[in-house]
Write a protein that binds this ligand. Sequence first.
Ligand code: K1U
Ligand code: ZN
Length: 187
Amino acid sequence: MSVLEIRVLGDPVLRQETKPVQVVTDDLRKLVDDMFETMHAAKGIGLAAPQVGRVERVAVIDVEGGTQPLVLINPEIVSASADTAKSEEGCLSIPDVFGDVERPSGVVVRALDREGKPFEVEATELLARCIQHENDHLHGKLFIDHLSVLKRRAALARWSKQKDRYPGFIRRMTAEEVAEHHHAEDL
Ligand code: K1U
Ligand code: ZN
């Protein structure tokens, strides 16, 4: 498995619509495995293919620290609750920028798993939020798009102070971050 480079805000791939997966191949499973590796190294709870420069409609989620990893291939949110919740979000593609986002508190998502088998999950709380955040990525949308004009302006001002750390819109995990992740895996 490999830790991939993460694309950051400004890379046009993050604004692209993804392409539905036609067949779940070994190559796609390798992408899924590398995405988990990358997400864990970056200490995230989710990651979508455009964040690693890919256009396949694929996301991975692990809100429980390894106990309930979720692979979403061609996900569709089939229902969303009328009640909403506001909570802070971050994004591995906009490091060190956070904002409160209001979203439906619960969702039902339908997708294919790593073997290409259809399944449905009913989610609430952080899992529901993460599913919606990753599903947005698969349609070229970012959490900052949900902020008010003023809050988005503040978030972008914060980002503009950081963005020079990522030449070519690429965030590479440091050797320390990768080593720390491997150490955590061995425990
Ligand atoms: O898609 C991504 O950029 C990953 C993102 C997912 C996410 C975070 C918070 C709410 C919804 C979706 C992250 O994992 S950012 C890392 C982070 O800020 C975080 C980590 C653990 C718990 C909560 C947030
Ligand atoms: Zn994100």
